[in-house]
Write a protein that binds this ligand. Structure first.
Ligand code: 2PG
Ligand code: MG
Length: 412
């Protein structure tokens, strides 16, 4: 058993330049695992809080005062780490220490164990195959909370090379489409500055419909057949559009409002018109019934809950009751520790909800995400396309090919 013998922690910065925390866990006195907590810009109402009193320093003070309790634990066992975290910090949402510590400590532990046992992290989280590569789902164009004025209200338009059977080819196809999107934007707007949002998707002056037309054109210009070789997806992040008081979705930049029924119609129209394979948070986080209508009407599209489910087992149960989602975003830091997220994955899988493991808009160059995606049988890995912190994950997919353990692409 690889036993935890030391913990080091510090504040560092994420890809947005925001302060966060990083933790090293040392196993058997020499094997070091490291994880840095990511952060979101469009944060679900029910997510665990990253830091107590919004202070990374405070989180580290609490950790340091309790470090000794982790010494001697089996680093390969996320449940052991979870139990100590919970016994110290008692609340379900880790409000006393923050989800960032729960995230970084639990991931750094498994990484140190993987070094001690000389086996890739995903094999510790799922000891037996089959293992498959998730399809890369990458942000090509966006706006919302990830970009500034003039950009679309919709947060992300995503590319997913659904027709491909090889991970390297899949990544190349996403890079090609991303590059082509810039050319299409430029052809329509010679003043385009090559501006990009937080995750590397282009951030043009365009409304939502123009943005989707640009994405569709780029796919076709690359010679791909939409919905066949290459599909599009959307993260509506519609809780950020929802005005609860007025009971409307407020597309402020386009100066349009839609009530609940118009929103559902609009989403259905976009799914059909653009043959979307993926529609994330198409309605606000409270509207399980609305999501169920969209899910029922669009069997070939993964109607996915992010802010709606917040990687929380109870919310996954609720989604199953309502048949609200066919897909679920898995973000460890929404839940707290890795063990919480693995339980969420089990609940979703047991109920036929397909998993999409996801990055956050504020990221580090860590690549644990890939191992989580493979070990949870995620169908897709939502990790962006360009930018060092995004490519770090994609390159890890390529490295894992060398183990010969992974048997092709996921079955969508
Ligand atoms: C999302 C994520 C990642 P954020 O909404 O799905 O794309 O964004 O990390 O800002 O919540
Ligand atoms: Mg989202």
């Amino acid at each position: 058993m690889p036993s935890i013998t030391g913990i080091k922690s510090r504040t560092v910065f994420d890809s947005r330049g925001a302060k966060t925390i990083e933790i090293d866990v040392i196993t058997d006195e020499k094997f070091s695992g490291r994880a840095c907590a990511p952060s979101g810009a469009s944060v679900g109402k029910y997510e665990a809080q990253s830091f107590p009193k919004n202070s990374p320093e405070k989180a580290l003070d609490v950790l340091k005062a309790n470090e000794i309790k982790f010494i001697g634990l089996d680093a390969a066992d996320p449940k052991a780490v979870f139990e100590v975290l919970r016994s110290i910090y008692s609340t379900e949402t880790y409000s006393l220490v923050g989800a960032a510590v729960a995230y970084a400590l639990s991931l750094a532990s498994v990484q140190s164990a993987s070094k001690a046992l000389d086996t890739p992290m995903f094999t510790l989280l799922k000891p037996h195959g089959p293992y498959r590569f998730p399809f890369p789902l990458g942000n090509i164009l966006g706006g919302g909370a990830h970009a500034g004025p003039g950009t679309p209200d919709i947060q992300e338009i995503l590319a997913c090379p659904v027709g491909v059977r090889d991970i390297s080819e899949a990544l190349e196809m996403n890079f090609r489409v991303h590059k082509e999107v810039r050319k299409v934007i430029q052809a329509n707007d010679e003043d385009f500055t090559y501006g990009r949002g937080d995750e590397g998707g282009w951030a043009p002056k365009a409304d939502n419909d123009q943005a989707l037309e640009i994405a569709e054109r780029a796919v076709k210009n690359c010679g791909f057949t939409l919905g066949d070789d290459m599909s599009l997806g959307i993260d509506f992040a519609s809780s950020t559009l929802w005005d609860a008081k007025a009971q409307v979705y407020n597309y402020k930049r386009q100066q349009i409002t839609r009530d609940r029924y118009k929103q559902i119609d609009y989403v259905n129209h976009l799914i059909k018109n653009y043959k979307l394979i993926y529609a994330e948070d198409p309605v606000n986080e409270e509207d399980f019934e609305g999501a169920a209508i969209i899910t029922k009407d669009n069997k070939r599209c993964l109607v996915t809950g992010d802010d709606m489910l917040v990687t929380n087992v109870m919310r996954a149960k609720r989604a199953s009751e309502y048949k609200a989602c066919s897909g679920a975003i898995l973000k460890v830091n929404q839940a707290g520790s890795l063990y919480d997220a693995m339980n969420f994955a089990k609940e979703c899988t047991a109920n036929g909800i397909k998993l999409i493991t996801s990055h956050r808009s504020g990221e580090s160059i860590d690549s644990h995400l890939v191992h989580i995606a493979i070990s949870t049988d995620s169908k897709m890995l939502k990790a962006g396309i360009v930018g060092g912190e995004r490519v770090a994950k994609l390159n890890e997919l390529l490295r894992l090919r060398e183990y010969d353990l992974i048997d092709g692409m996921a079955v969508l």
